[in-house]
Design a protein around this ligand. Structure first.
Ligand SMILES: Cc1cc2nc3c(=O)[nH]c(=O)nc-3n(C[C@H](O)[C@H](O)[C@H](O)COP(=O)(O)OP(=O)(O)OC[C@H]3O[C@@H](n4cnc5c(N)ncnc54)[C@H](O)[C@@H]3O)c2cc1C
Ligand SMILES: NC(=O)c1ccc[n+]([C@@H]2O[C@H](COP(=O)([O-])OP(=O)(O)OC[C@H]3O[C@@H](n4cnc5c(N)ncnc54)[C@H](OP(=O)(O)O)[C@@H]3O)[C@@H](O)[C@H]2O)c1
Length: 575
């Protein structure tokens, strides 16, 4: 007994020692090199860009922490990605628009105008509708889309789904849920909250010596033919970028593709424009890419089309990621898998007669439509100073005074962020839900609470040097930059959540304020059941990190997803 107490004493002393090491005030020898970051200016006023689930959760955290918060949203309603409309986004530029443009070219009034600045245009109604559509950017989801994470995991913790909610959530339900959360916090479009700006796109954000200035453009239809734009310029101490990851499409740069697009307008589409499968009735359709968008669209279109080809390329990444094989297992047998496209031949007189050459030498023709399920690019048109395409995927810049460290280079990943969230050279610029393979509905809460504490001086924040050290280690651990750089998956999500819980709860002990609980352990079991049902044979998926935040190791369920008992289990109301 004595020994146990002694061991307990030693270990708590060690823990206390570690704690003191982390939290101790500066010793005299360290005075010139503080071990915590000091904000360059006090933070009181915060701009949140985006009223999706991430932006709304951060609005809550910052306003509850006593900050003055403005919320900007280009759409007329809250909901973000989950706000479905029959109206689809505009055609994706082929080839891709330059990365600095992303999905829109900022619209700014000429230099020297006085803000707020208003202009009204009269055009034909078609042109007016075009500009309004470009301004709001319809979201990349389709009519039948349902969640690919189960309800108990895809939920805002403050407002859990009612008992009995089906696990596979239709988008209508998700958008109502997010709007209800916005209303609960008084920031929905009809709440007449003077701090919310709907129909308002952020056009430019720039750092000054004492904070950030933000230029926004509100676009209002004053009649079918007339549109009024009002630009505002406002100053903030901190800016939260919660604009989502799926704004700008990625179209692969394949020889001859631009000519096809020019010759056969409307026949080549990106998955973000897909709405209904009936459009492809009796058509021969090529879908490029077979991850979630390509795969799910193929499953639906094949029920109407004459033939569906799906083009895939070798899954080369050796680090943690969603393996292509898992997506392929969801494809129905009547879809024809083909290899990677090498080139699009010179267009013939019709798309049906034109040929595509695969890298393996096969030629395909007789197509009616091509859908690119080839993903998206990280783009922030309102932050052009931090976009440096000349660096490509791997180039870097020296970390010296006067050199701006990039956020975006080729659009495959985000750079220069501590914890994938704080811009290291200026940590009052924050990114919410920059990662993927975590769960946006919960992850946003951890990142937002961290920033709210750091900016209010109620959590210690590492020095710039220590932040770069964390980042350099992340670059190494994640096998360098590229499309998987922001991937979290099971293990990293759990490590990150544990880190946030430890850091923020230590901070609460030291400075007071909100504590945070980790996610419930039953999420693991829920994920296991869901994965088995969704990805089929669990023996195949025994070692992949699923996108539900769980590593499935030797699962104890040995049924495939079609088993009626599992279906009942997953979709019934037991939870
Ligand atoms: C087809 C598809 C299906 C998906 N399915 C799932 C799923 O089943 N489960 C899941 O967990 N996740 C899914 N996701 C991921 C989805 O993005 C997240 O669920 C969630 O929407 C992320 O929330 P967010 O607030 O970070 O971003 P978003 O929901 O994308 O919200 C960003 C908001 O910012 C606004 N905005 C953008 N730029 C500006 C600007 N310049 N000025 C003002 N406002 C701006 C946008 O209009 C938008 O409202 C899916 C994504 C796609 C593309
Ligand atoms: N709820 C739902 O049912 C649902 C539906 C759709 C999307 N989503 C979500 O939306 C997000 C985006 O998914 P996404 O599928 O649109 O994008 P994504 O995950 O980025 O996948 C794009 C895919 O296209 C492939 N690709 C790119 N260029 C290619 C080429 N030239 N030839 C063949 N394949 C190519 C990529 O392969 P490489 O790895 O080789 O680059 C990758 O597999 C994800 O978070 C996803 O979960 C959810």
């Amino acid at each position: 007994m004595k020994q146990v107490i002694f061991v307990a004493f030693i270990s708590s002393a060690l823990v206390a020692g570690q704690y003191q090491q982390q939290q101790q005030p500066l010793s005299s020898t360290r005075k010139s090199k503080p071990d915590h970051y000091k904000l360059k200016w006090p933070v009181k006023k915060v701009a949140v860009i985006g009223a999706g689930v991430g932006g709304l959760i951060s609005y809550r955290e910052f306003s509850q922490q006593g900050f003055e918060v403005d919320l900007y949203e280009r759409e007329g309603v809250a909901g973000g990605n989950w706000h479905y409309t029959d109206e689809a986004p505009l055609d994706a530029p082929i080839p891709n628009a330059p990365i600095v443009v992303g999905d829109y070219e900022p619209s700014l009034p000429s230099d020297g105008v006085t803000f707020p600045y208003t202009r009204e245009w009269e055009t034909d109604s078609e042109t007016a509708a075009f500009y309004r559509r470009a301004h709001r950017a319809p979201k990349p989801i389709w009519a039948s889309l349902k969640s690919n994470a189960p309800a108990p995991i895809q939920q805002i913790r403050e407002t859990p789904w009612p008992k009995g909610t089906e696990w596979e959530l239709p988008h209508q339900k998700l958008s109502r849920y997010i709007r209800a959360f916005a209303s609960w916090h008084g920031v929905n479009a009809n709440d007449e909250n003077p701090n919310t700006f709907y129909n308002t796109r952020v056009e430019h954000v720039e750092r000054s010596t004492t904070g950030w200035s933000l230029i926004s453009k509100e676009l209002i239809a004053t009649s079918a033919n007339t549109t009024r734009a009002t630009w505002h310029k406002r100053n903030y101490d901190a800016v939260v970028v919660a604009t989502g990851r799926y704004n700008a499409p990625n179209i692969p740069n394949i020889e001859g593709l631009a000519e096809w697009n020019q010759e056969f307008p409307g026949k080549l589409r990106h998955s973000r424009q897909y709405r209904l499968p009936e459009v492809y009735k009796d058509k021969t359709v090529l879908i490029v890419g077979a991850a979630t968008s390509g795969g799910e669209i193929a499953r639906e279109v094949v029920q109407y089309a004459k033939k569906v080809y799906v083009s895939v390329r070798e899954d080369k990444f050796r680090g943690p990621h969603f393996p292509l094989i898992d997506f392929l297992r969801r494809l129905p047998g009547n879809v024809t898998l083909i290899g990677e496209i090498g080139s699009f031949d010179q267009p013939a007189s019709s798309i049906e007669q034109s040929k595509i050459h695969l890298v393996n030498g096969t030629t395909i023709s007789g197509l009616d439509n091509v859908i690119f399920g080839t993903g998206f690019r990280y783009t922030y048109p309102f932050l052009p100073q931090y976009i440096n395409s000349s660096l490509g995927t791997n180039g870097t810049l020296p970390r010296v005074e006067g050199v701006t460290q990039p956020l975006v280079t080729d659009g495959t990943h985000l750079r220069s962020l501590y914890l994938d969230a704080f811009y290291i050279p200026d940590p009052t610029l924050l990114f919410i839900n920059a990662n993927f393979g975590m769960q946006s509905f919960t992850y946003a809460e951890f990142v937002s609470l961290a920033a709210a504490k750091v900016w209010s001086g109620t959590a210690d924040f590492p020095t710039t040097e220590a932040q770069w050290a964390w980042y350099d280690k992340a670059v190494e651990d994640r096998l360098g930059f590229g499309r998987q750089f922001q991937f979290y998956g099971a293990q990293r999500t759990q490590e990150a959540l544990r880190f946030f819980v430890g850091w923020l709860n230590d901070a609460a002990v030291k400075y007071g304020g909100r504590q945070i609980e980790n996610l419930p352990v039953e999420n693991l079991e829920i994920s296991k059941i869901w994965s088995a049902a969704r990805w089929g044979n669990p023996n195949h998926s025994s070692s992949h990190p699923s996108n539900l935040g769980v590593r499935i190791v030797a699962p104890d369920i040995t049924i495939d997803g079609s088993d009626p008992a599992v279906q009942d289990w997953v979709y019934s109301e037991w939870w």
